[in-house]
Write a protein that binds this ligand. Structure first.
Ligand code: HEM
Length: 431
């Protein structure tokens, strides 16, 4: 049996160095030991495209996802399958494009309400805006009443932070119970909306939002929407805030750091964007610079920077034998900064996404993961981010003040504050 190599200088030293700089520690280990190595006993890191792809794509076979935030049952009962497929469809690109106006209204409101001439803390605003955009997309006119429950849940999860993430799933800690209670509150609010809409059939009166579509599919397939939908929709709301929020923070920081690109995104937005209501798939397809800008931001700053799997069956990765129960981590962050796959990997260059030869065809671009657990919200998230970039750049000159990158849970620009000034000189002069 060939076991992965790893540091011999003691587990404790390794853990200390890892906690001090996680991506740096993993990059240094990969440089020293190769693409597959043991970080601490029974926990391995797999770098490089082949190993990363194998671990993610073979999930459900030799690997299982760890129990965690998004641990939804993947194998639906037969009668649930149609609803599950519909749920995934409601997040697909063409569907998001058709309803992009809802998201554009949220992005425009964010840009219009952003304070000017003063340093503003960015992440709370961006997280709240992302959550509202996703809630409007899913629940249409009922979004506002659900935001109270969503905010309660978000506050609890934020205060618990890393402690919550690292507690084993079976520990009935008070912190975890409080979060569960808040999840149940939000699910109960969603159930009330479902009951109200069920009493007002035929559905479709709320403008054909996601909930309407899913309730119809539940009806058609004999599935009880009160049971099937609420917790799945809670998960979508959590992801919208906790993933899109930090990603939008990186987008804002990138606008501040790359004024020439900010200029280009702003000019394109000025030429392309109609009233927010009228934004649709065709408009989105013309926001090519904003799109490349967001892609590049997610390449260098992927919020879900480290993914983890549990080995389910004996398996070889990179020529080394791994045993059931051991863990393997893979990192989109390190893959995206690997010069084997991205020339000038450390340089922020959205142009690379406008040259097809260097585009995502290499398969090494994985901000949304890969394989059977790939992110179902990828299109929704990307459209939200493109619209935030376009509306913010068009209205403001964004200047970064400060941020501290952190890798607890998500990779985020903690404490990001930005200073915005009017982009339009006539507006700045009060004309
Ligand atoms: C920029 C924003 C986002 C990023 C970077 C992101 C990234 C990811 C990644 C990398 C995974 C795979 C995790 C793994 O393989 O272990 C994932 C899973 C998931 N994401 Fe996202 N995500 C984002 C936004 C969203 C949104 C808006 C939603 C919901 C509407 C969402 C819902 C989910 C769900 C439900 C899963 C679990 C899928 C499964 O296990 O089958 N995500 N996300």
């Amino acid at each position: 049996m060939r076991r992965p190599p790893g540091p011999r200088d003691g587990v404790i030293a390794g853990v200390g160095a890892y906690e001090a700089d996680r991506p740096g520690y993993l990059a240094a280990g990969t440089a020293r030991f190769g693409d597959v190595w043991q970080v601490v006993p029974r926990i391995h890191f797999a770098a490089g495209l082949d190993a990363t792809r194998q671990v993610l794509r073979r999930t459900g076979e030799e690997f299982e996802p760890p129990r965690g935030t998004f641990a939804l049952p993947r194998r639906a009962r037969r009668e649930d399958e149609a609803v599950e497929a519909a749920r995934i469809r409601t997040l697909r690109h063409h569907r998001v494009g058709r309803h992009a106006g809802t998201l554009a209204i949220g992005a425009a409101e964010l840009a219009e309400s952003w304070p000017r001439g003063t340093e503003a803390e960015a992440l709370p605003r961006l997280a709240a805006a992302s959550a509202r955009m996703a809630a409007c997309y899913h629940f249409g006119p009922d979004a506002a009443e659900l935001m109270h429950g969503e905010e309660e849940l978000a506050e609890l999860r934020a205060t618990l932070g890393p402690r919550y993430v690292h507690l084993p799933g079976w520990v009935p800690a008070p912190s975890r119970l409080r979060v569960r209670r808040a999840q149940h509150h939000l699910a109960a609010r969603i159930r009330r909306v479902i009951d109200r809409r069920a009493g007002a059939a035929p559905y479709g009166t709320s403008g054909g939002d996601v909930l309407d579509e899913l309730m119809r599919t539940c009806d058609d397939n004999g599935v009880n929407p009160r049971v099937y939908l609420p917790f799945r929709m809670v998960t979508a709301m959590v992801a919208a805030r906790e993933m899109v929020g930090p990603a939008a923070g990186w987008v804002l920081a990138a606008l501040a750091e790359n004024p020439r690109w900010a200029e280009r995104v702003a000019a394109e937005a000025e030429a392309v964007l109609p009233c927010p209501d009228d934004v649709d798939g065709a408009v989105l397809s013309r926001l090519t610079s904003a799109n490349a800008f967001v892609r590049e931001t997610l390449r260098l700053y992927p919020p879900n920077w480290l993914l983890s799997r549990v080995v389910a069956r004996p398996v070889q990765v990179g020529g080394y034998d791994l045993q059931p129960g051991e863990r393997v981590m893979v990192s989109p962050y390190l893959l995206h900064r690997d010069p084997r796959y991205f020339p000038d990997a450390d340089v922020f260059d959205p142009e690379r996404w406008l040259r097809p030869a260097n585009g995502p065809g290499s398969g090494a671009y994985l901000p949304y993961g890969a394989g059977p657990r790939t992110c179902p919200g990828a299109s929704l998230a990307s459209v939200e981010l493109v619209l935030i970039a376009a509306f913010m750049a068009r209205r403001h000159l964004v200047r970064r003040h400060s941020l501290t990158p952190t890798t607890w849970g998500t990779y985020r620009p903690s404490g990001l504050t930005v200073l915005c000034r009017p982009r339009d000189l006539r507006e700045a002069a009060g004309c």
